[in-house]
Design a protein around this ligand. Sequence first.
Ligand SMILES: [Zn+2]
Length: 277
Amino acid sequence: MKIFSQLLRLGIFSLLISITHASVEVSSLPQSSSVPGGIAVIPTEIEAIEANYRNERVLLADYNGVQYAIVGIPLTVEAGTEDLYLDLPGGQKKTISFTVEPKTYTEQYLTITNNRQVNPNAEDMERISRERAEMNSAFSSWNETIAPVFKMRPPVLGIRSSSFGLKRFFNGQARNPHSGMDIAADEGTPIYAPAAGQIVATGSYFFNGNTIILDHGHGLISLYCHMNTIDVKLGAHVVAGDQIGKVGQTGRVTGPHLHWSVNLNNTRIDPALLLVD
Ligand SMILES: [Zn+2]
């Protein structure tokens, strides 16, 4: 009986620890780049149980016994001082201010032959907003059963044809900045999961074509677009190196390539910050 009650106490104790400790042990940190579209790696200097930035939950990571907040900074943020909000055990709170440095992204002009992909009609707009809601819901998922990794292999062997953050003009008209990295490769080239995760959305979308969203845990989520085929099922768990699809040219494209986006705290950040090479 004594052992039982001890085990029970231990069980409750470890349950309490897991409730009050929302950090995840990681094997490496991402490259810190405190600019719009970058990642700020901020030591919390105290053991926080939750962190928030611009009303989004932020990844808390333990690395070599030190806790860090891994903060994705939106492209739209102006250079200056930003605040990160920490929840501490016992209801205490702490605010950490950090500096975002300016970064200028260059412009890119693209010509799209299908004008409906630049100026969609009313029916298209309905479809686009439905698909956007579906993708946004996947981007805001928070899964604590997967430990994120910040060192990834490129998902496709190819040529980086367009980088993150470019100010884009389609047929001369200003559109949203480029929210990911483009890797050009022949149609049919395999696309590999750059890290372990779970497939949280698959679909054939208006702009993005055949698409997968892969959840790497704690708000680190990646997106794969314009695929020829999707080779995984919704809900499947993959490990780094698993084939998830093939390069194609579905959706709004000027040629076959993979569009790869990475999200942290529901914010598109530069995927190059996570690549090992
Ligand atoms: Zn792209």
